[in-house]
Write a protein that binds this ligand. Structure first.
Ligand code: ADP
Ligand code: MG
Length: 244
């Protein structure tokens, strides 16, 4: 398992500083929640780690410096992320989506055909994400929550070591949230997980550690209990539902 070490991360858009000198260390196997009000810089931080936006400072993943590498190189080092809006192939089945993610050196025709045998990594991922019974369903017909699980499955078959999930439970039912939490726990047995989240109940139930971002900076960090007890955090969340 590999951890993440971010130092002095800074991202600016035409002079506007969205991430303003963030230090963040995520231990291997942790489930780190990244919370903070809208516009705090959470998504931009993940964009910087995954190579989607230019940043300065340092992002180390194992022995590798990620900053300055192109998106596909970072992905190949075992860093995977999901987006706030789902990016599954809606016109393909669940199985085909996983197959394509797994690559497995097959041609497009083989992958598009309905196959009788399923690679082990794909069947394991199907079980882990709870969609084994839906493998032949078109991804476009899945409920929003199940699309998120499929996206997570697509990262699992790529053998990622670090998963960065951007608001994975937005729009999910209570049961789907709990299932997602259990999924995060299962995934983190062999991987490092960073979850951006707005849902405080979900964070309380499933975070191991928490970092609170505000205006591009780290406002508070620690266990759920520690950040909830932090007066600075309570102040930032006043009028937006609170964290207590
Ligand atoms: N591509 C961009 N160009 C200009 N400003 C951006 C861009 N992406 C994000 N921002 C700004 O950076 C700040 C942080 O955004 P974001 O990382 O999406 O916040 P969060 O995910 O915490 O809600 C916001 O003020 C947002 O408007
Ligand atoms: Mg965001």
């Amino acid at each position: 398992m590999t951890g993440l070490e971010i130092r002095g991360l800074r991202v600016s858009f035409d002079g506007f500083v969205a991430v303003d000198g963030v230090d963040l260390t995520v231990a291997p196997g942790d489930i780190r929640f990244l919370i903070g009000p809208n516009g705090a810089g959470k998504t931009t931080l993940v964009d910087a780690v995954t190579g989607l936006v230019k940043a300065t400072g340092s992002v180390r993943f194992g022995d590798h410096e990620l900053l300055g590498r192109p998106v596909h190189r970072i992905a190949r080092l075992g860093v995977g992320r999901t987006f706030q809006t789902s990016s599954v192939f809606e016109g393909l089945t669940v199985l085909q989506n996983l197959d394509i993610a797994a690559g497995a050196g097959r041609g497009a025709w083989t992958m598009a055909r309905r196959r009788r045998t399923v690679p082990v990594a794909v069947s394991e991922a199907l079980e882990t994400i709870g969609l084994a019974g839906r493998q032949d369903a078109l991804a476009g017909t899945l409920a929003h929550g199940h699309k998120q699980w499929l996206e997570i499955g697509m990262l699992l078959v790529q053998n990622v070591d670090l998963l960065l999930l951007d608001e994975p439970v937005a729009g999910m039912s209570h049961e789907e949230r709990d299932a997602t939490g259990a999924l995060l726990a299962a995934i983190s047995a062999a991987r490092t997980v960073v979850v951006i989240e707005h849902d405080m109940d979900f964070m309380r139930s499933f975070a191991r550690t928490v970092t609170v971002l505000h205006a591009g900076r780290v406002l508070s960090e620690g266990t759920v209990a520690q950040v909830q007890a932090d007066p600075r955090v309570q102040e930032v969340y006043l009028g937006t539902g609170g964290v207590a």
